[in-house]
Ligand binder design. Structure first.
Ligand SMILES: C[S@@+](CC[C@H](N)C(=O)[O-])C[C@H]1O[C@@H](n2cnc3c(N)ncnc32)[C@H](O)[C@@H]1O
Length: 244
């Protein structure tokens, strides 16, 4: 069920979504730098001895970070050769970006080897139930991914059903006074943000399936990609727990 990471990849075969510090003290710069804000991004929670599923793990910085804090991690993402949900309309080209995605997975595997990691890799269609063999989790993290899926409610239901203690949801989650979440697919299929999910909407979504927001933190990841000068963005990290 778990995928074996590739070995002996070269850096040229990799594309790093995340900046990552390696054991030899070098730092690889990625599209986004979470190195200075990882604890807050992850809701200031204690991950020691927790079994955690990292939903939308990408090139894996958060999985490896939690492992270093003592967690046993399953890094979950879409199957090799697939790509993020896209709009379908006459003339669309669905397979166009799969190579870039393979390079993000290579970056995951490269880091996995360098860090001598034991994180497990599971890749499947996120709209299907998790298989029984995967078991249950103490915690889940959904790092900047709910806005990128066409059906964030189904994703939350499928994963949280198997989570016992807490989850952390990270996204901009704009203020309560914002007048509802918006459908935001952009003008073409490669604009891969589907939803601008506001705070009160995410609160209703999780409340409706037996969870409540226990804590909320502002967090400032650094965006390197598509900018001449790196820029801090403002996100919100929500810790959710089950109603007792
Ligand atoms: C913006 S990246 C965030 C990476 C990391 N979780 C973080 O917080 O920095 C979004 C992640 O969600 C995953 N993702 C996007 N659409 C998905 C889908 N339809 N099914 C499964 N994973 C998806 C991507 O592959 C990617 O790893």
């Amino acid at each position: 069920m778990f995928i074996k990471p590739k070995k002996a990849l070269s850096l040229k075969e990799c594309k790093f979504y995340h900046s990552v510090p390696l054991p030899d003290s070098s730092i690889i710069t990625g599209d986004w730098d979470l190195t200075k804000c990882a604890d807050v991004y992850l809701g200031n929670m204690d991950y020691a001895n927790k079994r955690v599923i990292d939903v939308g793990a990408g090139s894996g910085f958060l999985s490896f970070f939690m492992e270093q804090k003592g967690a046993s991690v399953v890094s979950y993402d879409m199957p090799d050769g697939s790509y993020w949900d896209v709009l379908k309309y006459p003339g669309h080209q669905p397979a166009m970006h799969t190579k870039a995605h393979e390079e993000y997975y290579n970056a995951y595997d490269y880091t996995h080897e360098k860090m001598n990691s034991k994180c497990k890799i599971y890749r499947a269609d996120i709209y299907k139930d998790l298989p029984e063999e995967l078991g249950e989790f103490d915690a889940a993290i959904f790092g900047t991914m709910l806005s990128h899926v066409r059906d964030p409610m189904l994703v939350l239901m499928n994963i949280l059903y198997k989570v016992k203690e807490f989850a952390v949801l990270i996204n901009p989650f704009v203020n309560k006074d914002h007048n509802g979440s918006t459908f935001y697919p952009g003008q073409n299929q490669f604009e891969r943000v589907w939803w601008n999910i506001d705070y009160s909407t995410i609160e209703r979504m999780v409340n409706s399936i037996g969870w409540h927001i226990a804590d909320s933190y502002d967090v400032f990841p650094i965006q390197n990609v598509n900018l001449d000068v790196p820029k801090k963005q403002k996100y919100r990290s929500l810790v959710i727990e089950r109603y007792s």
